[in-house]
Design a protein around this ligand. Structure first.
Ligand code: XIL
Length: 678
């Protein structure tokens, strides 16, 4: 049954034209965001709809079974982009945020920032769910068929795929040692190479020096259950011709658990950090025990005035807090004490480098000031919990000094914000808003709708309900942050490399119209926001860019409220297709759209050793991209995907403007020079 709404929805019925330029958001008093947060906006819509919903979840559909966006179902003629959407069901399909989802102030024990007070989620954190539990039934059904990848130019009739001889699923007790040999074979007689996709914790992959290798693994209490293990064989003639074989390993608890050996505990890997003298440092250390117990941690050489306490919400985490008053490298001895046997301990060292305040001073004008003078946004993607990192204070200062725009690297992904139906974890996103407000940065929201980093629950929803799930999610998030977020990546990465539409729960539910629905729903809740379609590898010629731009043209023909194209631009140092970038920017401008560079980074190619990294070449790529943006009047923003190599999704490839010790790189100086007025 359809839901009819006697009056038009109350929010955003006048949707701005896609070609109209959008004003920057007004700054606002601290706290006003909450006044316009979800309950108010939704309540308003719900009252307007008279509460007459039946709970029905279906959209009107057209002949192809996809939601029909051309006919409003309220009987009124369309009066603007937003009103093309039917009213959302009442009551909602999944519960919206409640008072329990409102973050609360965090105690001063954890964070390392002084400029703003972080909040935390009220409810206990949800540990990430494993992708899918393998059932006993599936295990008993026998091994999975191999998956063969055939690259172009290979004819399996003349060159048969490699395979593994005699490989089967395994079953053993925790505490037993599994020695599982992998015998790769090739029908043509040569010896295939092989590698495992991922090793289980504590497992080893050993060479038998006869062309075979073995997995040697002693599962413990924490491994009880069914796990998958994937091994890959490479054809001797073409290493891209591959066979992936997944086996299942079932680990059972023995009758006498005391027979399982007790392994020493340890701490989760801690990467060295650089901090500034006299800044507060908070170091979170997590204890791990494969026997599935929780070790207690202690510090053998606690610094003067320092504290080492258990995390207020998590049993397995301890926090070292202190203020370094001297420069130099500090080493702390961390002792992990076994829960079952206190005599069983492991001592590991962690290091912190303390630099003087002067070591963090960067020559020349700040990028932020240069960008402001040019009417440009210069942004960065912020690490999810930077205020909980040991170097949170210096991170905050660099972020605030150098940038006038910030986007969340992960904090606003659906898996973070809405991990279960009706459960909302807003603290990470709220903290970003607090930071941005405190230091006067605009916020670029990322991403509302994406095919990945989704919560598990959305995959199991009925296909026919997906449009409502999408719209409810967007309504909740966009209305909550409407006063804070200036621009949104409404849909992220919709296109495959061959130019076709990328498969996702959203495409499955709505076909291409999921994109229309997402944009219209966002516009309805936030008429002032700049709405982007964001994608990677579309700055260069090829089927992907062609497919992407045809999609954009179709959206504009359907009057979808799209304002700008987000060019992600995750580049590598050999990149030199700058003419193509110029043309692609112009193509967007010719369509009446703004250009946002959304995720710029320039990595060294995988395998480039430390001594062979040409930082001047990296700087040249940054320089060219900056120039291309400055030359294109519709280019509004340059945003890098992080700013220090300490925190990058491509961390070993050093792709950013500052190194891991917050020292400016030639890339920084290149951007600085380009932004400086002649
Ligand atoms: C990446 C983050 O940087 C990682 O920390 C995370 O594990 C995976 O996602 N395109 C996007 C971003 O739109 O959201 C991705 O961010 C990088 C590629």
């Amino acid at each position: 049954m359809q839901i009819t709404c006697p009056v038009p929805p109350c929010a955003g019925t006048t949707g701005a034209s896609s070609l109209e330029s959008v004003r920057p958001k007004q700054t606002h008093e601290h706290g006003t965001r909450l006044k316009r947060s979800l309950p108010v906006v939704l309540a308003c819509c719900l009252v307007a709809c008279g509460g007459g919903g039946s709970g029905s979840t279906s959209n009107p559909t057209n002949a192809t079974g996809q939601p029909d966006l051309t006919t409003p179902d309220n009987g009124n003629p369309p009066t603007g982009n937003a009103t093309l959407l039917p009213a959302l069901p009442v009551p909602s399909l999944t519960p919206g945020p409640s008072a329990d989802d409102e973050p609360i102030p965090e105690s001063g024990l954890r964070h390392s920032v002084t400029g703003f007070l972080p909040v935390r989620d009220n409810a206990p954190a949800i540990t990430k769910q494993s992708a899918e539990e393998i059932t006993l039934e599936e295990f008993l059904a026998g091994p999975l068929p191999p998956i063969i990848e055939i690259p172009p130019g290979i004819d399996p009739a003349t060159n048969a795929a490699p395979f593994f001889e005699g490989l089967t699923d395994q079953e053993l007790f925790a505490g037993d040692v599994l020695t599982l040999p992998f015998i790769p074979r090739d029908p043509e007689g040569d010896l295939p190479g092989l590698f495992p996709e991922e090793l289980p914790e504590g497992g080893e992959f050993v060479d038998n020096f006869d062309g075979t290798k073995s997995l040697v693994w002693q599962p413990l209490q924490g491994d009880v259950g069914i796990t998958e293990f994937t091994i890959v064989a490479l054809d001797p003639l073409d290493s891209f011709y591959r066979t992936r074989q997944t086996i299942r390993i079932r680990v059972l608890m023995p009758d006498d658990p005391a027979s399982i050996p007790n392994r020493p505990p340890r701490i989760e890997e801690f990467i060295p950090h650089t901090v500034r003298v006299n800044d507060p440092v908070a170091i979170e250390l997590r204890g791990i025990d494969l026997n599935d117990t929780t070790p207690t941690l202690s510090i053998a050489n606690l610094p003067p005035g320092g504290t080492f306490t258990r995390h207020p919400q998590r049993d397995d985490v301890f926090i070292l807090r202190y203020i370094p008053t001297q420069t130099g490298v500090q080493t702390f001895d961390v002792v992990s004490i076994d829960a079952d046997d206190p005599a069983l301990t492991t001592t590991e060292q962690i290091t912190i480098e303390v630099l003087s305040a002067a070591s963090f001073l960067t020559q020349g004008p700040r990028l932020r000031d240069l960008a402001v003078a040019r009417g440009l946004f210069l942004g960065f993607a912020s690490r999810q919990d930077f205020y909980h990192r040991p170097d949170g204070e210096i991170y905050t200062q660099f972020a605030a000094d150098e940038f006038n725009l910030v986007t969340p690297e992960n904090s606003m992904k659906m898996e973070v914000l809405n991990p279960l139906p009706g459960r909302f974890d807003f603290a990470d996103a709220d903290n970003l808003m607090r930071f941005a407000e405190r230091y006067g940065l605009a916020v670029h929201g990322h991403p509302l709708v994406w095919y990945t980093q989704l919560p598990e629950w959305i995959n199991t929803t009925a296909v026919a309900d997906r449009a409502i799930h999408l719209r409810e999610y967007i309504s909740r998030i966009v209305s909550r942050y409407a006063d804070d977020v200036r621009s949104w990546d409404v849909v992220n990465e919709p296109v495959n490399n061959d130019g076709s539409l990328r498969d996702s729960v959203w495409l499955e539910g709505m076909g291409e119209s999921y994109i229309d629905i997402a944009f219209r729903q966002t516009r309805e809740l936030d008429p002032d926001a700049v709405l982007l379609l964001n994608e990677f590898d579309i700055e260069v010629d090829g089927p992907k860019a062609d497919g992407f731009f045809s999609l954009v043209e179709r959206l504009l023909e359907r009057d979808v409220p799209l304002d700008a194209i987000g060019f992600q631009m995750h580049l590598f140092t050999p990149f030199d297709q700058f003419d193509e970038v110029r043309q692609r920017f112009q193509q967007a401008a010719d369509l009446g759209l703004d250009i946002y560079i959304t995720e710029l980074d320039v990595s060294f190619p995988e395998g480039t050793t430390a001594g062979n990294r040409d930082f001047e070449r990296q700087a040249a790529v940054y320089r060219e991209i900056t120039t291309l943006c400055l030359e294109q009047p519709r280019c509004r923003s340059i945003q890098t995907w992080g700013f220090t190599d300490q925190y990058s999704w491509r961390e070993p490839l050093e792709p950013l403007l500052f190194d891991a010790r917050y020292q400016d790189k030639p890339a920084y100086r290149a951007v600085q020079e380009q932004l400086t007025p002649p």
